[in-house]
Design a protein around this ligand. Structure first.
Ligand code: FE2
Length: 362
């Protein structure tokens, strides 16, 4: 038992080269609404941030306003990507105290921040690579995001594509580092192993990966940790490590209650997904059992399906959302199943490998 409680993923902060233009993509392609802002107009002279929200998912897109900043160095090294995964907690002070007592490296001590809308407490620790976890305690805050941010006027147009919350966030590790990162989550947070796959389960002719899903005690937070496994050619995890220059967030899975409608809207908005070969759908029903959705529509969309004893799940993956082949999104709809798509890895990998080959990285 911890002395603090993690309620949910609070938000992810992404460092991006041009936050204003990224915000446009998150709004008009991915269906997020800009809700809050900090920048020159709010007195933030070095850093600009746009807070984008859809359902309970919040992304903070941040860019530097001047040269020589920590964000600038991060961008030069890693390109656009996730800097921080934050958790809403009942006590940021307790969360920081306990995790640092357990051996976590502190990035910033608990700090009280306030404005006319109330007060919040935040504290940050380091996790894999240059990625961090921030604890956010905002019980006494009534503003749109956090103190220092100004609320943006809500546009009348609702662009939501139906995303409701974050299902899981995956971290890629260099070869041989998966276990130590999982041990970090066990030791620092007291989390447990929820699910795992190894290279025997999911190798294609060319490449494979190992993955262990770490979860907190109420299993609201799920964070799969991947590492490459050797194959004939380069693993997609290794391609990520090569271009991100180290460990980092590989993908964020966003859940929806109607994946067909969500993916249709995203495709109309120009979001690109990994294609699924037609052969995947041939014996699908034999593999996963009866599904409620129209199989023809599922196949047209390229949606993947996997099942376990509890039910089934539908998922699809976008192509990388920046020029480096690093971060991408997953859209997921769970119908009882807690699966992480073991049955789909092979089809998915073969699709990724075709893309890798086109980039000259296979
Ligand atoms: Fe995933």
């Amino acid at each position: 038992m911890n002395n603090y409680k993690i309620h949910a993923f609070d938000h992810c902060e992404l460092y991006v080269g041009n936050a204003k233009q990224a915000a446009h993509y998150y709004q008009y392609a991915l269906g997020f609404t800009p809700i809050s802002y900090s920048g020159l107009e709010t007195g933030s002279r070095k850093k600009v941030s746009y807070v984008m929200q859809q359902g309970k998912v919040r992304f903070v897109l941040s860019s530097p306003l001047i040269p020589g900043t920590e964000i600038g160095k991060h961008l030069d090294q890693h390109g656009d990507g996730v800097k921080d995964i934050s958790f809403t907690v009942d006590s940021a002070e307790e969360a920081w105290k306990e995790t640092t007592a357990n051996g976590a490296i502190s990035i910033s001590k608990p700090k009280l921040i306030e404005d006319k809308n109330g007060r919040a407490v935040i504290a940050t620790i380091k996790t894999y690579g240059d990625t961090t976890h921030t604890f956010i305690e905002r019980n006494n805050y009534k503003g749109s995001f956090l103190p220092g941010f100004k609320k943006l006027k809500k546009s009348k147009l609702d662009q939501s594509v139906g995303i409701i919350h974050i299902d899981h966030i995956v971290g890629n590790q260099p070869d041989g580092n998966m276990k130590s990162v999982c041990e970090f989550y066990e030791k620092i947070f007291g989390w447990h192993r929820f699910w795992s796959v190894d290279d025997k389960d999911i190798s294609t002719k060319y490449s494979s990966l190992k993955s262990i899903v770490m979860a907190n005690d109420n299993e609201i937070i799920k964070m799969p940790i991947n590492e490459p496994a050797s194959g004939l050619k380069k693993s997609q995890i290794q391609e990520y490590i090569d271009f991100y220059k180290g460990p980092g967030v590989q993908h964020i899975a966003l859940s929806t209650k109607d994946i067909i409608s969500t993916v249709k809207k995203l495709k109309l908005n120009g979001v690109e997904f990994l294609p699924t070969p037609k052969s995947y759908y041939k014996d699908l029903i034999n593999r996963v059992g009866e599904i409620k959705e129209d199989l023809k529509e599922i196949a047209e969309m390229g949606i993947l399906i996997d099942s376990d004893e509890k039910g089934y799940m539908l998922q699809i993956f976008t192509k990388p959302i920046q020029d480096r082949p690093t971060l991408f999104f997953e859209i997921i709809q769970r119908k009882g199943s807690n699966s992480f798509g073991k049955g789909n890895f092979k089809a998915l990998f073969e699709s990724i490998e075709r893309e890798q080959n086109q980039r000259g990285n296979l």
